[in-house]
Design a protein around this ligand. Sequence first.
Ligand code: SAH
Length: 345
Amino acid sequence: MTREELISVLEDSSPENAAALYAKAYEVKKKTVGESVYLRGLVEISNICRKNCLYCGIRRDNREAGRYELTDKEVLDAAEFAFKEGYGSLVIQGGERTDRMFIDRITAMLVEIKRRWPLGITLSLGEQSMDVYQEWFEAGAHRYLLRIESSTKELYEKIHPADAVHSYETRVEALVSLRRCGYQVGTGVMIGLPFQTAAHLADDLLFFKRLDIDMCGMGPYLEHSQTPLYEYRGLIPDKMSRLELSLKMVALLRLLMPDINIAATTAMQAIVQDGRERAIMAGANVLMPNLTSADVREEYQIYQNKPGVGEDAAISSSRTEQRLKDMKIPIGYGRWGDSQHFGKR
Ligand code: SAH
């Protein structure tokens, strides 16, 4: 598909065409990676962050966000829960920290989890040096998620502060470092940002292809009143349009890169209750039930009205699994569910 074709699909407002696109993407998924959905237990380890992203509720300067860090025991409990539930994999996500104490803590935790359970581990802990990525890889992580947020430098710079800590080039380089270390590399973007056009989104898809990524997680941008970007909320499409646009992005990416892993993200569920299931029907094949301890969930509000706040791991996971079962979607229990794309490289 050319850039122009991608733009015209993204701009098309016909619900029939969208439904046909989702069905086509589902067929492609079925034929390549298969119908199974892989579950990854998601642990939001901490909301302490050195970054100040203009859209994010846990940005450094948001004084209203109470900061927390899970204990080792809480993380290990979540890992054990994931293993017992048959998830096969764990995702550890958190705010970005580059201090040695944090780095060492993650390393030790990776070693301990791998010692106890044969789980696949994905990290999503922001930009780090090549050495740190290497250290964590050797300790047992084998996949990494680092969204580019927008692949267009001008738009990236509109949604991040203009300083050296928030450099577009550094973020792209981090993705290159991750690949060099041997990780399965995942990236993604937010959809429906102020100032964002269909052409930006088409370029994002082409960026994923050019980077030859193994995994992707993307979802609608959701405004947060305690962030600077909130001021521009009048410029964004309504929620349902953002959801439809996100589903189209999933479907188009499945057509462009048939054998990668694509996540059905929580942000989709924040717009409609079955948002993640809709993403699965549009070509996604990975879903991450939240296993973060219930008492701190409301502190990891990267956007407001995040679903699952107040629920514990058992509730979030059983609800998610039940919905998939009701839809007759097979779940890839007990397997890591690695990116086939990576396997072929
Ligand atoms: N510190 C890690 C994890 C960030 S949180 C990192 O830098 O990769 C995970 C993702 O949440 C971000 O990459 C961003 O795409 C998304 N996110 C943050 N704020 C958001 C918002 N207001 N609406 C929708 N998604 C948001």
